[in-house]
Design a protein. Structure first.
Length: 276
């Protein structure tokens, strides 16, 4: 299940950022904090074993991970949708930093792998990239998107997409069985010149003919339009750098109030402001 938050960019730049754009700021600052804290693989392994105690199959997978995992395999490991995929996604979905911090060793690798992949992509081509993601929503959720055309969108977690439109469309039409759920197709335009974290996963996938793109959790999108055709609701989004702009303004505004705050203290202040 993918969760979204919406933000009015103009309000975010003129009012108290900690109150108006808290979700966006959480995903922006969370990564900065994670990258500053040294990883602890044994702490992560212990947390995994505690989480999956009583599940011999997964415990065996954890032992294999402990012995065989390399830091440059983070994307591949994530895409296998194994035990770490479930834990990390849940922590991001509900903004549980304490839980995410236990797995920062892997999360740091994932952030750095995606950033490295993006740099390689930007060196190979400058053309805009269009990717797609199919999902299902109810009428209220779609209404929320329609209300927020032109605004910023933040996704609670990483987002997997495909460059093959027909693949995403076919998958979402097939999976919608509940009568109250409506098939939705996200079309995302990405400018490789932007300093946003996303990368292709072709080297990790099982289908070399398809290029899948993985967006990191700190990527912000602008919702360009929502329209309906005969089969699906089409939502056009564009990767935006406004999330980084809002983050920098929040940091500057906070430093004007209290000088010399570290990123960890700044993030803690944000979590206190929003009651986490």
């Amino acid at each position: 299940m993918v969760r979204f938050s919406f933000f009015d960019h103009n309000v975010g730049l003129t009012q108290d950022l900690s109150k108006q754009t808290t979700d966006l700021l959480w995903f922006q600052l969370e990564q900065d904090v994670i990258l500053q804290i040294p990883g602890n693989k044994q702490e992560m392994i212990d947390a995994c074993r505690l989480y999956y105690r009583g599940n011999p199959k997964v415990l065996k997978m954890i032992d294999h991970f402990k012995n065989e995992y390399r830091s440059d395999e983070a994307i591949q490991t994530y895409l296998k949708k194994s035990f770490l995929y479930k834990i990390v996604n849940k922590a991001l979905r509900i903004k549980d930093f304490d839980e995410l911090d236990k797995f920062r060793c892997f999360v740091k690798d994932l952030i750095e792998n995606i950033a490295c992949g993006h740099r390689k992509m930007s060196q190979s081509t400058k053309e805009p990239l269009f990717v797609y993601r199919g999902m299902k929503m109810n009428q209220d959720e779609i209404g929320k998107f329609k209300e927020n055309e032109g605004n910023l969108v933040s996704i609670h977690g990483l987002l997997e997409t495909t460059s093959i439109r027909s693949t995403a469309l076919t998958q979402v039409i097939k999976v919608v069985r509940e009568t109250h759920m409506i098939p939705v197709l996200l079309e995302i335009e990405s400018d490789l010149n932007h300093n946003a974290s996303f990368t292709d996963t072709i080297q990790c996938g099982d289908l070399p003919s398809e290029k899948d793109i993985l967006f990191d959790s700190n990527v912000t999108f602008r919702l360009e339009k929502v329209k309906t055709d005969e089969k699906v609701v089409l939502m056009a989004l564009k990767v935006s750098t406004d999330g980084e702009t809002i983050k920098q303004k929040y940091i500057e505004d906070t430093h004007r109030q209290i000088e010399n705050l570290s990123m960890k203290i700044l993030f803690g202040r944000l979590m206190c402001d929003i009651g986490l």
